[in-house]
Design a binder for this molecule. Structure first.
Ligand SMILES: [Fe+2]
Ligand SMILES: [Fe+2]
Length: 482
């Protein structure tokens, strides 16, 4: 799952501010340490100067035997851990040694005497941190206290040193308190900034975005724009406006597509209608050219439609057989006129030639990709097949014969029986029905015969409505094709 803007922002903010706080505390700590060291140095130097002035005064006053009291008072009053005086060789030679609060030479005092520079040693990593300051006294004739007045040494001679140990725990404690305060303040500010940032993002980014998404969905469904005024920030308002613009374009495109689709459907209907009319006209042309009785195509088409509907074929199948059945004998256009138009009975040889109309019709139509013409091709090929397999041209039987062809077979034969031909009178309806009933399961599909028998009156009505002795009404023909 992807992190939220709120999470990323707060995380980054905490990281950066934490690093900033750590750096700040570190720098402050280092500075405090430096300041503390400097302060301790200054304090030690001031004490050393105080000791020097005091001892010189004692010497001038001739009360050196009282100096220990003075030094102890300095230690007590100035919070000094220890205070020692160290005499140099010339002073020991002049005044002797062995006084209280004096200290033996060690490596530090040796270094101070040699370099004539103070040495400060900080021992800060203990429970009670201290600094030891060893400060040399250099003989000088300058200032109010002229050393050379008492000491018989040349100027610049190291007369001795003061060794002071100061307690720095107070400095360290104060520094730690300041650093802790700084760190605590940083943490508090860090938390406050994180909370505030989180709240700001939730209020001004996350919540408006969520609202915007919901409003955008409603806007798309209801085709109403998102109201940009409900958002408090410039950016979200801008996005809302962009969504409105996008939605309006989508809706406009959709309307355009709907219109184009409607136009295409109308065009398709027109093409389909034209094809149906053309197919029907071709059937009529074939009918007029051959010996077929007047209105044969029209009646057969309506018989087929009736049978298909009563057989409970789908609406698409009913529609398809209605459109395609007019071409059932289109192959007769390929039969020579002298045979096709021959009055009277055909010879066996001529009859065989006539039978070719099934294959010729199929060959004429089979290459089409249009559903109507493909259905017409099947009907043309199979409409003389018989249920018992004794038909032509392939001798198909039963359900091997397409249901369209099984329907057309009955419709075509029925119309031929009750219509006049040059070689016969029209049969009475009853006789035709009886003959067709006899052919149930032989010539015709039993199911088709059953439907036919159940609706004989409807077939008779169609036959009466389109009699064979009237002129062709072309407007009516096209009405059927539709
Ligand atoms: Fe035929
Ligand atoms: Fe026919």
């Amino acid at each position: 799952m992807k992190p939220s803007i709120q999470k990323i922002t707060v995380r980054n903010l905490i990281t950066f501010l934490s690093v900033l706080a750590i750096i700040t505390v570190f720098i402050t700590g280092v500075n405090f340490r430096g300041l503390a060291k400097q302060a301790m140095r200054n304090q030690a130097l001031a004490h050393a100067e105080l000791v020097k002035s005091g001892l010189t005064a004692h010497m001038k006053a001739g009360i050196m035997d009282k100096r220990d009291y003075y030094l102890e008072e300095i230690m007590r009053l100035h919070n000094v851990n220890s205070l020692h005086v160290i005499r140099s060789e010339p002073i020991i030679g002049q005044f002797g040694s062995g006084k209280a609060l004096e200290r033996e030479f060690d490596s530090v005092t040796k270094q101070v005497f040699e370099t004539k520079q103070p040495v400060f040693i900080l021992d800060e990593y203990t429970l009670r941190p201290t600094v030891r300051a060893t400060i040399p006294y250099i003989a000088t004739s300058e200032g109010k206290l002229n050393c050379l007045g008492c000491h018989q040494v040349p100027a610049g001679t190291v007369l001795g040193a003061v060794d002071i140990e100061l307690d720095v725990s107070d400095y360290q404690r104060r520094s730690l308190v300041v650093l802790a305060g700084l760190a605590a303040t940083s943490v508090i500010f860090l938390i406050l900034i994180a909370v505030n940032t989180s709240h700001t993002i939730r209020r001004h980014v996350q919540s408006p975005l969520h609202t915007l998404i919901e409003r955008a969905k409603i806007a798309y469904r209801q085709h109403s724009p998102v109201n940009p005024e409900i958002f408090t920030t410039k950016e979200i308002t801008h996005v809302a406006n962009e969504i409105n613009l996008f939605n309006s374009k989508v809706i406009a495109h959709r309307d355009l597509l709907r219109k184009k689709n409607k136009d295409l459907m109308a065009l398709n209907d027109e093409i389909e209608g034209t094809l149906r009319e053309t197919v029907y006209a071709m059937g009529v042309i074939e009918e007029q050219r051959s010996k077929e009785t007047h209105n044969h195509t029209k009646r057969v088409t309506l018989f087929c439609q009736l049978l298909a509907r009563e057989l409970e074929l789908s609406d698409e199948d009913v529609d398809m057989i209605t459109a395609a059945s007019p071409l059932h004998d289109i192959g007769k256009l390929g039969i020579p006129d002298e045979i096709n138009l021959k009055p009277g009975k055909l010879t066996d040889e001529e009859f065989k030639i006539v039978q070719n109309h099934a294959r010729i019709g199929y060959a004429m139509l089979k290459h089409s990709t249009r559903d109507i013409l493909r259905a017409a091709a099947i009907i043309a090929l199979q409409h003389h097949e018989k249920w018992d397999g004794s038909g032509y041209p392939q001798g198909l039987r039963g359900e091997e014969i397409h249901v369209y062809a099984r329907i057309v077979a009955l419709a075509d034969v029925f119309d031929a029986l009750i219509s006049p031909r040059v070689y016969k009178e029209p049969w009475e309806l009853q006789r035709a029905v009886e003959w067709i009933t006899e052919q149930r399961g032989r010539h015709f599909d039993p199911a088709v015969v059953d439907v036919f028998v159940d609706h004989v009156d409807d077939f008779a009505a169609i036959h009466d409505h389109y009699p064979y002795d009237t002129d062709t009404d072309y407007e009516d023909l096209f009405a059927i094709a539709q």
